[in-house]
Design a protein around this ligand. Structure first.
Ligand code: M6R
Length: 366
């Protein structure tokens, strides 16, 4: 049942190549430069007229929603708010009739997300679901939606649900960006072509197991860990930290890299590992200076860089290279080594990787 892997989590990490392909199959028609999504096409006027998109979700799905914020704003110029479903539902939020509410949930059973959907519907918003489990409560409660097609996710730590949620969000953002005239035909073409080859790049990254295992062995006993990223990779930093804390019980925090100087830098000393996502296009020079600030305080740097990088390699303690890609798709790649890093650390600490203490796969109570 684990397909030869020691844990469901590792199996699911490795399934991401195919899961992304399954998610865009029949939707991303790369040879024709077409993105076809029935649920978006059938509601296209609503999508094109939306003044705002509000994303509601929890946990990892909320992190995918944050990546969605960068995608929708950058590619389609639609303002986005990303809300914790649990806060949104009790906050007396302002919801307009021409808002689109996107609810993201792997299980489709998360109580807070379900309640947020009901509230949005009662206020007249159009609610679109991005779920993995077919026929789940959220899939049924939403006005329309798109499944992620990741296949069953058994490990409590969400992995392939995250990357397939980002895939669906990318498809919608690209489609709307093009239809709204925000993306030129050639940019649209380039994004489509690049998205279609992302799975092969994910596949390459999955071969770095051994390299990441070595880094895990060095830091497995660290009491704390910081994760930093900017732009599209800020949510990836949050997700990397969540993954480490939930399965290895190491205290970890994710921050936008530039927030360092507003507090977290005080934590840096020789025993603090800092995972920094420093891909070439994402405010690279600024992240490099953050790395220098950490190094001068003796922090240990594990950097995720673009293939061929030399500048960060010179100063970081460890580097993991990701293949080059267009900026909006970097989260689909940078996430992979962070998932593997937390997996190996948890295994080395003898933790119950697939069923971490105090956690359930679907959180059906608030
Ligand atoms: O099923 P959902 O996507 O609605 O679940 C939301 C969170 O409970 C979930 O992502 C949780 O944070 C995971 N354990 C993270 O790995």
């Amino acid at each position: 049942e684990k397909g030869g892997y020691d844990h469901f989590m590792l199996k699911e990490i490795h399934e991401q190549t195919n899961a992304i392909v399954d998610t865009y199959r029949g939707r991303l028609l790369a040879d024709k430069d077409i993105i076809k999504m029935g649920s978006v096409d059938n509601n296209i006027t609503k999508f094109l007229n939306a003044k705002r998109i509000v994303v509601v979700a929890c946990g990892t799905s909320w992190h995918a929603g944050l990546v969605g914020e960068y995608l929708f704003e950058d590619l389609a110029r639609i303002p986005v708010e990303v809300e914790y479903a649990s806060e949104f539902r009790y906050r007396n939020p302002v919801i307009h009739k021409d808002d689109i509410v996107i609810a993201i949930s792997q299980s489709g059973e998360t109580a807070d997300t379900l309640a947020a959907i009901k509230l949005a519907k009662a206020n007249g918003a159009f609610v679109f679901g991005i779920c993995n489990v077919v026929g789940s409560s959220i899939a049924r409660e939403t006005d329309s939606g798109a499944y992620t097609h990741a296949g069953p996710e058994i490990g409590v730590a969400s992995t392939k649900a995250f990357t397939t949620q980002i895939t669906v969000l990318s498809l919608i953002a690209l489609k709307l960006g093009y239809l709204k005239g925000e993306l030129s035909k050639s940019d649209y073409h380039n994004y489509i072509q690049e998205l279609s080859i992302i799975p092969s790049k994910v596949e390459k990254l999955l071969k770095f197991d051994a390299e990441i295992e070595k880094i895990a062995a060095i830091y497995k006993d660290a009491p704390n860990c910081l994760y930093l990223g900017r732009g599209y990779n800020f949510p990836v930093a949050l997700e990397g930290a969540l993954k480490l804390k939930e399965i290895s019980y190491i205290h970890a925090e994710g921050y936008p890299a530039a927030e360092m100087k507003h507090g977290p830098i005080a934590l840096i000393d020789e025993s603090m590992p800092v995972v920094v996502i420093a891909t070439r296009k994402g405010h690279y020079e600024k992240v490099v200076s953050n790395i220098q600030e950490i190094k001068s305080r003796k922090g240990k740097i594990i950097a995720i860089v673009t293939k061929g990088d030399t500048q960060v390699r010179d100063i970081a303690d460890h580097v993991i290279e990701i293949p080059d890609t267009l900026e909006p798709f970097t989260p689909l790649l940078t996430t992979i080594p962070l998932q593997l890093l937390s997996y190996y650390i948890a295994v080395m600490r003898d933790c119950n990787v697939d069923q971490p203490r105090n956690l359930a796969k679907s959180v059906t109570v608030e």
